[in-house]
Design a protein around this ligand. Structure first.
Ligand code: GDG
Length: 486
């Protein structure tokens, strides 16, 4: 069996920034399969790739000149594709030169892979930063099996078609042997899109692989002394009040202003005035160079100040709003201390926080998950209190329901969710994807020859979602203070 190559914008090197479950899972698979992890080095510049071997994995990282990186990452990936794929067409900023920079950086990645790959290797590409990569690799004559996994939502045709040149860009996905999506809805959107643009038979297979977490590992960390003492300290600071928690990168897709407003609405309810609830929102900053993130930060600061000013009492502050990031050992303790979690993104490919919250709970006294219907995780966790994140009353009422839910119902819901998380964990996600990629038919068409001869025979997967994981591997800006996973 050939080696496995994982390609993502960033790589998780041992001893580097904080490691999440996704990074750990990929590292495990890479170790088992004599793997190579390819990504940006984190440095600007030109020159040959850096090779580093760590814990059985070969890391191959490339420097990228700053102007190219700005065009590729800051602009096209995060100011064009990210808002588009999250249905925020109002925020899409398309510039042709940024698209060209994005294509150039993908070419750089392809050249590095061309130097490294052997004929029987398999390549697994991650996320929207690298959509054109297989195409660039095919142009260099690389015939290996190449799979792509999209971590974010795949929107419908009417949204995708607003992107200038969408047919060219999204058409390039057909150069992969396998395109994996988070949910059946994402897959149907992409299939509908392909039909609308007249590509009824993509040469690649489409399938859903809902990402999971290492539920057992998260549960163990949450029950370990570091987490338990973090939970105790947090509870002690609440003076007997109940706690709601939110943990999200500071990103407009996560629905934070809407959530703050919904919490304010809850505070107006009579019962809430009798038994006040404290809401802890942890929101580490990311992509700080992108203006929309700066605007969001200001908006949240204003909202938190306003809501606190309106409702706080001398001995109680309703919203504790924190921009720092915390190690997972502490975060799981915070999850465990919270009576409910508010996971209300406006759109989310999956949302791992929802799953981590569930896995961190004490089985005898679990908390309640309030979850957006717009998150991929809602497919796998129907026992959560599902809400429309745009509807402040719906979310405020769900908070009331969560606070008054009897212990027996909380346990029943939690057990069903936990069962799902255990059965569909991150290891299974990775092995399902790789197994499917290795047996993909089109790869045989490529092997050792030109891709032009490969017959397009679509095989789309309608199987129900395999449920349910930890971290984004795309984010480049992980300052030492606010690092999120990798
Ligand atoms: C993309 C897709 C999809 C957060 N704060 C801290 C911290 N985190 C960790 C969480 C979680 C991860 O970051 C966030 O994962 P999400 O899934 O919630 O969201 P994205 O970053 O947007 O990820 C998403 C995911 O890819 C995987 O496919 O689910 O839909 O958008 O693991 O715990 N980690 C630490 N400290 C923090 O303060 N250590």
């Amino acid at each position: 069996m050939g080696r496995l190559f994982v390609v993502s914008n960033r790589v998780a090197q041992p001893g580097g920034v904080q490691i999440g479950g996704l990074a750990t899972a990929l590292q495990t698979v890479l170790r088992e399969q004599r793997g190579v992890w390819v990504g940006w080095s984190g440095k600007y510049g030109e020159g040959p790739p850096h090779i580093h071997i760590g814990e059985g994995i070969r890391y191959c990282t490339l420097d990228i000149p700053k102007p190219d990186f700005n065009a590729y990452y800051h602009h096209f990936a995060n100011r064009t594709l990210w808002p588009l794929f999250h249905y925020r067409v109002d925020l899409v900023d398309y510039r042709r030169e940024a698209y060209e920079g994005y294509r150039d950086v993908n070419k750089r990645f392809a050249h590095v892979l061309a130097q490294e790959l052997r004929p029987d290797d398999v390549v697994w590409v991650h996320d929207y930063h690298l959509i054109p990569l297989a195409h660039e690799m095919r142009k260099l004559g690389l015939a290996q099996r190449i799979g792509f996994f999209l971590h974010i939502p795949m929107p419908s045709w009417d949204v995708l078609s607003m992107l200038p040149g969408h047919e060219e860009l999204l058409g390039l996905l057909a150069d992969y042997d396998l395109v994996g999506l988070q949910t059946v809805g994402d897959m149907e959107n992409f299939r509908g899109y392909l039909q609308a643009i007249g590509k009824h038979h993509p040469r690649c297979e489409l399938a859903t692989f809902p990402i999971g977490i290492d539920a057992q590992a998260v549960a163990q960390v949450a029950a370990a002394p570091a987490a338990l003492s973090a939970a105790d300290e947090l509870k002690a600071s609440l003076s007997g009040k109940r706690l709601a928690i939110g943990v999200d990168r500071l990103d407009y897709s996560k629905g934070l202003p809407e959530r703050f407003r919904a919490f304010a609405r809850h505070l107006e309810h009579r019962k809430a005035r009798r038994e006040p609830l404290t809401y802890l929102q942890i929101a580490p900053t990311t992509r700080e160079a992108v203006p929309e993130y700066q605007t969001l930060r200001k908006e949240l600061e204003g909202l938190a100040g306003h809501i606190n000013g309106l409702h706080a009492r001398p001995d109680w502050t309703p919203i504790r709003y924190v921009n720092h990031s915390y190690p997972h050992s502490i975060l799981t303790g915070f999850y465990r201390a919270a009576d409910l979690a508010l996971v209300t993104p406006l759109r989310d490919g999956m949302n791992l926080v929802a799953k981590e919250y569930v896995a961190s709970q004490d089985a005898s006294d679990p908390g309640v998950l309030v979850l957006s219907r717009m998150a991929g995780a809602a497919d796998a966790l129907p026992e959560a209190l599902l809400v429309n994140p745009h509807d402040v009353d719906d979310v405020a009422n769900a908070i009331d329901t969560a606070v008054s839910m009897p212990a027996s119902e909380r346990r029943q819901r939690w057990e069903a969710m936990m069962d799902n998380l255990r059965r569909h964990d991150i290891k299974r996600w990775a092995s399902d994807f790789l197994e499917r990629l290795r047996r993909s038919t089109h790869g045989d068409g490529h092997a050792g020859g030109s891709t032009a001869d490969a017959q397009p025979t679509a095989r789309e997967d309608d199987s129900p979602p395999r449920k349910l994981a930890l971290a984004s591997i795309g984010d480049a800006h992980l300052s030492t203070k606010n690092a999120i996973n990798i």
